[in-house]
Structure formats: structure tokens, C-alpha cells
Write a protein that binds this ligand. Structure first.
Ligand code: 5RP
Length: 221
């Protein structure tokens, strides 16, 4: 089975978590794209979606799937029924690194507005400790050097993602060289730095369920 086929399999498996008649939160990335394509086959069963990025909104609309603003959706319902998205890494505590596609802030917000986060990954994303994948931090541009210095202080190498601006008009700083043993603490510490919008550790908004594709089939964790 190729990685692409595994992404398709896990996206298909995620359809079982789509609640009939509800508004579904939808993530960003190549695995989330497979989920969007699968969702299109049952679009009559849902009321609509909330997208975690402009690119996801465009893909959903391209399939004729209604896309609501999160604030509008949350005036109709208490919470979205489910948020379905990929990840760059996940550990045994279902803490995630996200933001490889740069949509981490909106992803975290939509996840926070959802009852349940179903994370769809292939087995290459499973790690003991987060940190092998560069940790993205969304930063207000004038805080760049302040945040770069903090990243160095915690033992990482920081690099501005070249030529990239988030949907919120900010920059991304990617931090390599970390072995993250306490994901929740680092998530909190980085989010306290002035100018940080959010960082790509999803511990507070970690996955409730991880669906992991393997060559033998999809495993539920
Ligand atoms: C985007 C993300 C994605 O979920 C993450 O990068 C995984 O992407 P892919 O499914 O393409 O491997 O966080 O900001």
C-alpha cells in the first residue's frame, strides 16, 4: 500500500465519525484533502462544515459542500460535532504537532469549538516524543526576533518559513532540534511569549481519537 493509499483509507474510515445533520470541522493538508473528497460522497447527510484554512474552504466549496464561518456555526449549535484533521506527529498521549501546512492557529480554534477531535494519520506520523518534525510557531511579524531568541533558549534552531504568510497575515517560525517530553508545558510556555499567536503543539487540543493507517488496515487508537 502506498502512503497515498493509506491516506485515502484513513480518510474513508473517518466518515464513521461524521454525525448526520451536523456541522463538521475540517482540517488542512493532504490527508484532510482526502477526507474532504470522501466527505463529498455523503454531503447530503450533513448540514455543512467549518474550514480550518482558506485552501480547505475552497476545496469544500468546489465539491458543493456548504462552508460556515465558525462564529456563525457556533451561534446555531453549542459545538461542532467533530473536527477531523491530520497531523505531522503524534505521541503516545495523543499530543500532536501540527502546522506543517501553516494552518495551526485556525486548526486549533476549530478543534476547540468541536466536541471531538478525530486525527487521521498514517503510521509514519507515530513518534515516542514530539520534536523530530519542526515545531511551527505562528508569530506576529514584529515579534520575530523575540521568538527566535526564545526558541534558541529552549535548545532549538529557529528558522522563518520563507515566502509564507498565514491566513491571519502572520509569519511561521519552524523550530528544529527539540525532544519534547512535556508537550503541555512547552505548549503553555511558548504561548506565553509576547507575539506568539499559537504554536503547533496540540496538547490541550490533542486528539480524542487517532485513526492510523497501516499497510494492514486502519487502527483506532
Ligand atoms: C496543516 C497541518 C496538517 O494536518 C499536517 O501538516 C499534516 O499534513 P498532511 O496530512 O499533508 O501530512 O497541521 O497545518
Amino acid at each position: 500500500m502506498t502512503q497515498d493509499e493509506m491516506k485515502e483509507a484513513v480518510a474513508q474510515a473517518a466518515l464513521q465519525y461524521v454525525v448526520k445533520g451536523s456541522i463538521v470541522g475540517v482540517g488542512t493538508g493532504s490527508t484532510a484533502n482526502k477526507f474532504i473528497d470522501a466527505l463529498a460522497t455523503i454531503k447530503e447527510n450533513i448540514k455543512g462544515t467549518v474550514a480550518s484554512s482558506e485552501v480547505t474552504a475552497e476545496r469544500l466549496k468546489g465539491h458543493g459542500i456548504p462552508v460556515f464561518e465558525l462564529n456563525d456555526a457556533l451561534t446555531q449549535v453549542n459545538k461542532l460535532s467533530v473536527y477531523i484533521d491530520g497531523a505531522d506527529e503524534f505521541d503516545t498521549g495523543k499530543n500532536l504537532t501540527k502546522g506543517g501546512g501553516g494552518a495551526l492557529t485556525r486548526e486549533k480554534i476549530v478543534a476547540a469549538g468541536s466536541e471531538k477531535f478525530v486525527c487521521i494519520v498514517d503510521e509514519s506520523k507515530q513518534v515516542e516524543f514530539l520534536g523530530a518534525f519542526p515545531l511551527p510557531i505562528e508569530v506576529i511579524p514584529m515579534a520575530r526576533e523575540v521568538v527566535m531568541a526564545v526558541a534558541k533558549n529552549i535548545g532549538g534552531n529557529a528558522q522563518v518559513r520563507e515566502g509564507f504568510t498565514t491566513d491571519n497575515g502572520n509569519i511561521i517560525i519552524d523550530v528544529t532540534g527539540l525532544t519534547i517530553k512535556d508537550a503541555r508545558q512547552l505548549e503553555d510556555d511558548l504561548n506565553e511569549v509576547p507575539g506568539v499567536v499559537t504554536n503547533g503543539i496540540f496538547s490541550h487540543q490533542g486528539a480524542d481519537i487517532v485513526l492510523m493507517a497501516t499497510p494492514e488496515g486502519v487502527v483506532t487508537l
